[in-house]
Design a protein around this ligand. Structure first.
Ligand code: ATP
Ligand code: MG
Length: 349
């Protein structure tokens, strides 16, 4: 068996959306059945979510249930993947404390994702220390499980780079006990950072431009109908643009060739549809109708499975508790290695 280990996760700041699905969830579901990984750890990052939601702990608490249901709905299998809650693993906080010594404040302030998030949240001069330091805590999450592979969206690139720097520095100063992880990005470009339905750069819970995995069929249809397309494409006969056109980005991310036969037999494939749109003579209503059919096909089974699991919430919490126990055992082993390497294991010999 290989020694590859996956760690990834999501912030419980709301329900999960189709950006999470194409950016990371779909890959996790595929990877859990390959037999390529010794362990798969999936973390609900509540402690990280609190760094910018500390005034609203109940939102985080409620979202844990939603995220767990989203996981089960997309087909993550607790017998193959260990699903756990970050705050229940105190070893992660302890590791963060030691890693903080290895990172400068200037380095944290340079992180482009954190920079953008600070701006979005209007933190500017009043950045909570915990928020600024979340990339360090993320390094703890990844290294605690000796993860080799982290399947995430493109916005997580700077976090992975920060983690790798911490690993190298720790191993160099103390002893080579930490594993340098690799990011695993989707091979489909449109899935790296799915834009919002408003055409904004990223679909994000905090921006309110999401199609949620748990949205009803009607809600999905309505959101698709009012989606951002090409503002210069006014009459059907006008030539249209594909770049920055959210409907086409979503089609790139979701549609499969055989769906043309089912819904749009007059076109061979997506390239032909794009050509027609660019040439003029193809209206937004038609492409939106197609996108809606494509999305409904993908989301319907997820929604149904999710509803089934939602009937027994205590069972979901039972699953999470078992996951936490298994995760804590793994993190405790790494923390012991770390303390030994740092010569702070005073009572072990
Ligand atoms: P928040 O606004 O609270 O940060 P979020 O929508 O950005 O929420 P996260 O929980 O931060 O979601 O991200 C979870 C995972 O989903 C990460 O791997 C992230 O890269 C990925 N992800 C989030 N949004 C997108 C997106 N629009 N496209 C592709 N991947 C995404
Ligand atoms: Mg985010």
């Amino acid at each position: 068996m290989s020694d590859k280990i996956i760690l990834t996760g999501d912030r419980p700041t709301g329900k999960l959306h189709i950006g999470h699905y194409v950016g990371s969830l779909k890959q996790r579901v595929a990877l859990q059945s390959t037999g390529e990984y010794k362990e798969i750890f999936i973390m609900i990052a509540d402690a990280q979510a609190l760094t910018d939601n500390f005034e609203n702990p109940d939102k985080i608490r409620e979202s844990i249930t939603e995220v767990a249901l989203d996981y089960l709905g997309v087909g993550l299998d607790p017998s193959k993947a260990t699903i756990f809650i970050q705050s229940q693993i105190p070893e992660l906080t302890e590791l963060t404390m030691y890693y903080m010594n290895l990172v400068t404040v200037a380095r944290l302030q340079r992180n482009p994702t954190v920079k953008a998030e600070i701006q979005m949240r209007n933190f500017e001069a009043n950045i909570p220390t915990g928020f600024l330091c979340y990339p360090i805590s993320q390094a703890s999450d990844i290294t605690a499980f000796k993860a080799t592979t982290v399947p995430v969206g493109e916005d997580q690139k700077p976090m992975l780079e920060q983690t790798r720097e911490i690993v190298r520095k720790f191993n160099e100063i103390y002893a080579p006990v930490l594993v340098e992880p690799d990011i695993l990005l989707s091979s489909n470009k449109s899935c790296l950072r799915l834009p919002g339905t408003d055409g904004k750069a990223k679909m994000s819970k905090s921006l309110g431009n999401c199609i949620y995995l748990s949205d009803s069929a009607d809600d999905v249809a309505k959101k698709v109908q009012s989606m951002y397309t090409d503002p210069t494409h006014i009459k059907v006969s006008d030539p249209g643009h594909i770049e920055g056109n959210t409907v086409f980005t979503y089609l790139d991310a979701f549609c499969r060739p055989e769906q043309f036969g089912r819904y749009l037999p007059e076109y061979k494939d997506l390239d032909e549809l794009k050509e027609h749109y660019q040439r003029g003579g193809l209206g937004d209503v038609k492409i939106k109708k197609f996108l809606n059919a494509v999305l409904q096909e993908e989301l319907e089974p997820i929604r149904k499975r999710r509803q089934e699991y939602a009937k027994d919430i205590p069972a979901v919490y039972d699953m999470l508790k078992k996951g936490c126990e298994k995760a804590e055992a793994a993190a405790a082993r790494t923390l012991a290695d770390v303390k030994r390497a740092m010569h702070i294991d005073y009572f072990n010999n």
